[in-house]
Design a protein around this ligand. Structure first.
Ligand code: ASP
Length: 320
């Protein structure tokens, strides 16, 4: 008989947070609402006994649809003023994985990643090939105008102008980057992770971050943990951030909490600012970050939705 596990879900909306002082009440409330919408979408699946992989898909789709977060609608621009999105999903049951990189078109890049996982022999597809595959899978496509937001255009203009003048980079985290992600454990004890991003503002065309690199920004294995990262992608790739946490659990017997905190601290010493969410075989999710904030949320077993942005206490609301 399979043992029953406590379902759990955690999400993030990226380490690219707007500074507290610059967040008016309305924008603050909108971010909490966006996080709660994603938690509700994912937890509804877990509560009904559904699989973790469906829960992380639903949670990430909700965040992709919300223009406040840097993924799909609301994604940041490359230095050439284009949109290039990355997304990945991994199923801890079998370590099946699918990812897309440098794409623009599918309304929900996470569905393109999931289609790669479920309907292709590949693990990672990029650019036009990935878009053609998504079309062949009958995914919903949207015109570029759907994804574009004035706020991200302004962030690009700010950075391009800064480069012209040679001024120091004093941009806020919100103007630099962001990502969305989810990790879940279902009642059968299966783990899953999903991550989706527009990447870094004014990135080089063709640049791919940690999100679609398994073991860096996204990872799931029932034997250890599921992880979704956000932050300076290059450092997360070089230090195989997510795989390092799993390795610490597997080979060093560390707790998830300790391993995740240690990795986030180490990344910072190499210029990797950001954070992550992770969930293990049992116990609550962890969500360490070394940045000024990380949009984040989790649902506890009693069905209370917890959301937070900076270092404040969680805002709590019942699931129903
Ligand atoms: N990790 C993402 C990337 O490098 C950006 C972010 O999470 O803020 O593409």
């Amino acid at each position: 008989m399979p043992t029953a596990h406590t379902p759990a879900l955690a999400i993030h909306g990226g380490a690219g947070t707007i500074p507290r002082a610059a967040l008016d009440d309305e924008t603050l409330a909108a971010h909490h609402t966006g996080l709660r919408t994603a938690l509700t979408a994912g937890f509804a699946i877990l509560r009904a006994g559904g699989p973790a992989v469906d829960a992380v898909t639903a949670a990430v789709m909700a965040l992709e649809d919300d223009p406040l977060f840097n993924a799909a609608r609301g994604a940041v621009f490359t230095e050439a003023g284009q949109l290039e999105m990355d997304a990945a999903i991994m199923d801890g049951r079998t370590r099946a994985a699918g990812a897309v990189a440098s794409i623009c078109g599918p309304k929900n890049p996470i569905l393109a990643a999931r289609a790669v996982m479920e309907h292709s022999p590949a693990v990672l597809l990029t650019g036009p090939g990935a878009e053609a595959f998504a079309r062949a899978q009958n995914l919903v496509f949207m015109p570029e105008s759907y994804f574009e937001t004035p706020r991200r255009r302004a962030a690009l203009a700010l950075e391009l102008n800064r480069r012209l003048t040679g001024a120091p980079d004093t941009r806020t985290d919100a103007d630099r980057h962001g990502t969305v992600g989810a990790v879940a454990r279902d009642a059968a004890g299966n783990l899953a992770a999903a991550t989706s991003t527009g990447g870094m503002t004014a990135k080089l065309p063709g640049r791919i971050g940690d999100t679609p690199i398994f073991g860096a920004g996204t990872y799931a294995d029932n034997a250890t943990c599921a992880v979704s990262c956000t932050g300076t992608g290059e450092v997360f790739i070089r230090f195989t951030a997510a795989a390092e946490i799993a390795a610490r659990l597997r080979h060093a017997g560390q707790t998830l909490d300790h391993a995740a905190e240690a990795v986030i601290a180490e990344l910072l010493t190499h210029g990797g600012d950001g954070g992550l969410i992770a969930i293990g075989r049992d116990g609550p999710p962890v969500m360490p970050f070394n940045s000024s904030g990380m949009y984040r949320g989790l649902v506890t077993a009693d069905g209370i939705l917890h959301t937070a942005i900076h270092h404040e206490d969680f805002t709590k609301q019942p699931f129903d």
